[in-house]
Design a protein around this ligand. Sequence first.
Ligand SMILES: [Zn+2]
Ligand SMILES: [Zn+2]
Length: 392
Amino acid sequence: MDVPWLLVVHGSVTALVVVSFLCGQWPIFEGTFVQSINHFLTSGAYRHFLRLVQATCGTGARDLVLGVEQYCCDRPNPILQVFYVAIIGGTYIIIVQTSFKYIPGYYVSVLHRYLSIVAVAIGAVLFVLTSFSDPGTVTSENVSQYLSAYPFDNIIFVEKECSTCKFTRPARAKHCRICDRCVARFDHHCGWMNNCIGEKNTRYFVAFLVWHFLLCAYGAFILGLIVAGELKDKKVVYILTVYYGIENSFSGLFPHVAQWLLAVHNTQILLTVFLGIIALLLGGFCAYHIHLCLANTTTNETFKWQDYIFWMKKENAAKASAAALKASVSTVSGEERKSPASKWNTFFSRPRTPAEEPVVKNNIYDMGMIRNLCEVIVPLSERRSFSRKKSD
Ligand SMILES: [Zn+2]
Ligand SMILES: [Zn+2]
């Protein structure tokens, strides 16, 4: 009887962790325990771990951990690439060894034995393309073309020299401190790919995300069908109702069916939950990147816009308090006493203070969804017009 409760608690805790990790920074969760869990998962846990290492093993061990962190996070390295291959390869081998014996099954045809390997192979090809392709490195040879292709908006991108590369950094480009190069239409440096995500490989990266989301969802679905087929094939429901003498209802059967599943198909259940969680995480990440592509913006630019809006609001608030101070001073000095009857008018036609003015995000690179998508699929630097462009 404990099994259903165990499942409910397990499901609730998993959902809470996933939601906190993905959505904990949303304004709606501000000040709630969801935000606290997010802080703990994203930075707090690591800080506590460092303190623990220092307290138990001393400063030397702490410096060693920091050194490892620097190697893993601040320099190009294949650790996460190897980890990705191990996860994908390991999961596929476990599925082959534990679940292929049920294929063909009641609901699953033999076709999925071959379809699964093709799906994994396509995922691997997309991984190689994203990891080893040029993200759009800006060099002294192509910088003038990039300067022409991406005009400065003079809001979040102003004409400025890259202090390392010693040339004017094109708009939308960023110098990646890990790879030590300027990358056009920079999105972010991806540790899993050991590569920057930029102008030329955003298409492979998004395809990789979409494909792996579908791959995990497909795996979870087929494993679910295998288990459902076994239930049907072995007449488990019928046997349980007769054996325990219970009525054929959900509440009556669920504990016994769950117990049977965890005893006989625990590997398939664990794999389904694992793939389901990964699919959920990838689905969120996928949706975010598709939204960025459709709006012709990048992760880097999203942060820049956040900073810009934050500072503009601060500036507007400062202007508003200065204006309020000026108004109160002039009221006291009697300047405003000229029209006492216009109180209603001044109330209704009250001009907006600068603090109330909405800060507008004017993305000049947004040319409509279709053209934005075309720019990701066929990057500007791969178009014929690019090679003809010169900034001067
Ligand atoms: Zn640079
Ligand atoms: Zn990089």
